[in-house]
Structure formats: structure tokens, C-alpha cells
Design a protein around this ligand. Structure first.
Ligand SMILES: NC(=O)c1ccc[n+]([C@@H]2O[C@H](COP(=O)([O-])OP(=O)(O)OC[C@H]3O[C@@H](n4cnc5c(N)ncnc54)[C@H](O)[C@@H]3O)[C@@H](O)[C@H]2O)c1
Length: 272
């Protein structure tokens, strides 16, 4: 059975841990870390098979595990990802925005080759990445429009220099238009899907992003359009937010669980 270390015990990390504990994922969760001791203790209390809480994130991969699951933050990826690969462990990253920093991407990509380890990026809160991956060399345009309730956008860096008052919106309002690189730096916890899409497709400078705040929606909706020599693809995904974190969609958690389940299972692999 594969052994798993978990970095980040919030909304996504907790659901992954529960999926392992209930046997849905055939693995053992042996070590966990969260910068909030409260978060890691609360998680461990919920589990029947209790993992060890390590004192710092580097101790996850110095233990005999197979994979570290990052479900924490972009900073956590920057701090820990390289040492996980150097310790010859695989890594799954949820805070994908961290990889839009070209130097981070290059260092980690080289480390995968040097240490013969793999980084897994689940499809997160979107669908259709299998198709976009297949046509990436024929893509001419790629865009994503994300619509969320204003409360799901609160706290983003973008609002430090904006006059938009999210609390006073009474109808759909375009908050941001630009490329994926700008979107990820201004909305680091809200728009990982734009990072994923651009890494799959034509890069972060060519991937167009529009963010809309809608006080009358209860969903996180992503509309993706891709076109090129192959034809055209459109995908619309209407996600319910995770009850424990409105910034995170339920699908993001489920896609992380499915990616790890697949990693831990010997079976026929479906999809590109
Ligand atoms: N790929 C996707 O589609 C997608 C979708 C949703 C969320 N995410 C990202 O996944 C990550 C986790 O999401 P979540 O909903 O579980 O968030 P959350 O806020 O519910 O939980 C994050 C946990 O990580 C801990 N943490 C934060 N920074 C840390 C660090 N440097 N070291 C150790 N612990 C740290 C926090 O204390 C918290 O307990 C976020 O970065 C989020 O932006 C990605």
C-alpha cells in the first residue's frame, strides 16, 4: 500500500485524509503537517488511523512515504516542493498558481527528471484538460471566464489597489480581465484553474482570463473556450463551493481524491 504525507489540513486536505481513512483511497496516511497546529490536531482527531503530526513540512518527505500531497498555499509549494523531489518522493500540487513563476516551474521540472519523480496536478475545479492537452500544439486561442459570489473573491490581493467594494455589488460585475499570469498573482487563492489551463495549453501570457462577481449566484462557474486548427471546444462547469471554504469548489476536492486514488491503484487508466 502506498504511504502518503499531507501538507495542509484545511478543506481539501481534510477530505483527502477522510477518503484515505474510509478506504476510498487504498493508501495509508502516515504523516501530516499544517502551519496551524489547531488545523492538524483537528484533522487527526477525526481519523480512525491516526497519522503522526510532524514539526516542520520538510519532515514529511524525509520519512518513508511515497507521495506528498500539497493542499496548503503557493508559499508552501515554493518552500517545500523541491525538497520533496530531492528526497525522491512524488508530489501532488493543488496550489498550482505557484508554477506560473517560471523559475519555480523550471526548477521543479528539472528536479522531476533528475530525481526520476513525478508531480501530479489534478484537474481541480475544471474539466476538459484531457482535450486541451491533446490539441495543445494546434491551439490558437484559449480563454476562461470565472463567475463567483463576491464572498468567494474576498481577501484577494487585487482589492488592495481597487475601488470595487464587493459588499455593495447588487448585480453581475466584471472584476478583472487580463491574462492568466496576472490573474494568478492578483487572485492567488481563487484562480488556480487559470494556472492549470495555461500550463496545459498555450502558456500563461496567451491564456485570457475574465473574473466576474455575481451576488446572485451560489455556484463557482468556469466557462472555457479553446479554438484552433483542430476545431473548437467549449466547457462550462457549474461548481458548488466546498461547505468549509467558499473559495474552493467541491469538484477540486473530488479531483484531488480521484488523482490520488488512481496513483494508489493498479488498474486500467481511462482518459488522456
Ligand atoms: N487546483 C485547483 O483547482 C484548486 C482548487 C481549490 C483550491 N486550490 C488550492 O489548494 C490549496 C488548499 O485549498 P483549501 O481549500 O484546502 O484551503 P484551506 O484554506 O481550507 O486550507 C489550507 C490549509 O493549509 C495551511 N497552510 C497554508 N499555508 C501553509 C504553509 N505554508 N505551510 C503549511 N500549511 C499551510 C492552512 O493553515 C490551512 O489549514 C489552496 O492553495 C487553494 O488555492 C486549488
Amino acid at each position: 500500500m502506498k504511504k502518503v504525507g499531507l501538507l495542509g489540513c484545511g478543506a481539501i486536505g481534510t477530505q483527502i485524509a477522510l477518503a484515505i481513512d474510509s478506504g476510498k483511497i487504498p493508501a495509508m496516511l502516515t504523516h501530516v503537517y499544517d502551519e496551524s497546529k489547531d488545523a492538524s490536531s483537528k484533522l487527526v482527531e477525526k481519523l480512525t488511523n491516526k497519522p503522526v503530526i510532524v514539526e516542520n513540512p520538510h519532515l514529511l518527505s524525509s520519512n518513508p512515504i511515497d507521495i506528498v500531497i500539497e493542499a496548503a498555499s503557493q508559499d508552501a509549494v515554493k518552500d517545500v516542493a523541491l525538497s520533496v523531489l530531492q528526497n525522491k518522493k512524488d508530489l501532488m500540487i493543488m496550489s498550482v498558481g505557484a508554477l506560473l513563476d517560471e523559475s519555480v516551474y523550471e526548477i521543479l521540472s528539472d528536479a522531476c527528471k533528475d530525481f526520476k519523480k513525478t508531480i501530479y496536478l489534478p484537474s481541480g475545479a475544471i474539466a476538459g484538460l484531457d482535450g486541451i492537452k491533446s490539441v495543445k500544439n494546434e491551439l490558437e486561442s484559449l480563454s476562461i471566464t470565472t463567475t463567483k459570489h463576491p464572498r468567494s473573491l474576498k481577501g484577494a490581493k487585487f482589492f488592495e489597489n481597487s475601488e470595487i467594494d464587493l459588499d455593495s455589488l447588487d448585480s453581475e460585475t466584471v472584476i478583472f480581465q487580463g491574462n492568466a499570469k496576472e490573474a494568478v498573482s492578483l487572485f492567488p487563492a481563487n484562480i488556480n484553474v487559470a494556472a492549470l489551463l495555461s500550463l496545459t495549453g498555450i502558456g500563461s501570457e496567451k491564456t485570457k482570463v475574465k473574473i466576474i462577481a455575481d451576488p446572485n449566484t451560489d455556484k463557482n462557474t468556469h466557462h472555457i473556450e479553446a479554438s484552433g486548427n483542430f476545431g473548437k471546444m467549449t466547457f462550462t462547469i457549474e461548481n458548488f463551493p466546498d461547505p468549509n471554504n467558499p473559495k474552493t469548489s467541491r469538484l477540486a476536492t473530488l479531483s484531488a481524491i480521484e488523482t490520488l486514488r488512481k496513483y494508489c491503484s493498479d488498474e486500467i487508466q481511462i482518459g488522456t
